[in-house]
Design a protein around this ligand. Structure first.
Ligand code: CP3
Length: 345
């Protein structure tokens, strides 16, 4: 394939683009009627994740509607525990559930044959690269070991990941084994996505923000650094975005310690601090998803503040977390137009 330098990749290489490339976390999802239709056709959410044809379709839906600069593979971070036979289910209205793992389960956990289970996801990446418009970048992703482990230990979503934090103190060796296993399978999984045509990959550490300082180092920084080192050992030019949501002041050394090309910022990161972080390399973010839901001048002001403070450096425009189902699709169009300078006022 001819190498075309897509805008997202140019920013990941350190270039400043004006307007900045834009994509949105959860850009495919329940706020789009066409998504709900395809999901109903698939049966369940997980069946949608493992159906290359339909997963390709829902990945393309927001690209067709809005012409975003990047598409993100439609899948979920919890396909890894599902492949590890943790019996993952997504029950309407209750979030994900799975069989909780304990220290004995961790001792016998095996990564054998998980790639047969994940092959439909890799097929989706291949089909996307063929079907996407040439200028649109394709992002692969996975969860960071800590975030995936929190769901595996609790067996469900919790407000503050207390079960995993407690488990890590009580069973530090078992927990280390779990994180290392997750890091190593995630390296293989992301390398497979890159080889199938992903331009870059994002590592979601959605629960990094519940960790104290030593735990952040041990569970958020070290496993992600191990992953990035592992990926680069195999694919030296791999482009990697890491998103340690809620990391606050611990973002400061995060890029250097993990080796990520770009760091994702949630909406609580002050723009002055983001500006400092941008001096060391590209940043991605960080509009409050609720501003997108609110729309109107609330949305415009949030966009303008980010562009003013971060627009003169390497920036990938995004939300500070995923789109919520209540968002009106028109607001997404307004956001994109505003970022691209196609505003009415
Ligand atoms: O468009 C995209 O962003 C690509 C697809 C994507 C999904 N999940 C689809 C999804 C991505 C990148 C994810 C990542 C993900 N999944 C994360 C990290 C990002 C974040 O949100 O912090 C996490 C923690 C998960 C785990 C997960 N998946 C939860 C907690 C839930 C339930 C909450 C919810 O919004 O329903 C999911 C379900 C899920 N993943 C949906 C989608 C579109 C909704 C499922 C549905 O259609 O009902």
């Amino acid at each position: 394939m001819t190498s075309m330098r897509r805008n997202l990749v140019r920013v990941l290489d350190g270039e400043t683009l004006s307007p900045p490339p834009i994509w949105l976390m959860r850009q495919a999802g329940r706020y789009l009627p066409e998504y709900l239709e395809t999901r109903a056709q698939a049966g369940s959410f997980l069946q949608l994740c493992y159906n290359p044809e339909l997963a390709t379709e829902v990945t393309l839906q927001p690209i067709r509607r809005f012409g975003l600069d990047a598409a993100i593979l439609f899948s979920d971070i919890l396909v890894i525990p599902d492949a590890l036979k943790r019996n993952v289910r997504f029950n309407e209205g209750h979030g994900p559930v799975m069989d909780p793992i304990d220290e004995y389960g961790i001792a016998t956990l095996s990564a054998e044959s998980i790639f047969a289970h994940l092959s439909p996801v890799i097929q989706t990446v291949e089909s996307l690269r063929i079907r996407l418009p040439a200028p649109t970048a394709l992002l692969g992703f996975c969860g960071a070991p800590w975030t995936v482990a929190t769901y595996m230990v609790a067996g469900r979503a919790t407000p503050d990941q207390a079960p995993a934090r407690l488990f890590a103190y009580r069973h530090p060796e078992a927990f280390e084994r779990l994180l290392t296993l997750l890091a190593d399978v995630s390296v293989e999984y992301l390398v497979a996505q890159l080889d199938a045509g992903a331009d870059a990959v994002q590592i979601f550490d959605s629960w990094a923000g519940v960790l104290g300082e030593p735990e952040f180092e041990a569970y958020a920084v070290r496993p992600v650094a191990r992953m990035i080192k592992g990926i680069r050992a195999r694919r030296p030019s791999a482009k990697i975005i890491a998103f340690p949501k809620g990391a606050g002041l611990m973002l400061k050394e995060y890029r250097r310690r993990t080796g990520a090309d770009a760091i994702g910022l949630d909406w609580t990161v002050p723009l002055d601090f983001a500006f400092e972080l941008q001096k060391d390399g590209p940043v991605q973010g960080n509009l409050d998803p609720m501003r997108l839901a609110a729309g109107g001048s609330t949305l415009d002001e949030g966009v303008d503040a980010i562009l003013q403070r971060l627009g003169d450096g390497p920036l990938i425009f995004n939300l500070g977390h995923g789109i919520i189902p209540q968002v009106a699709p028109e607001n997404v169009q307004r956001l994109i137009d505003r970022v691209r300078g196609i505003s009415e006022s």
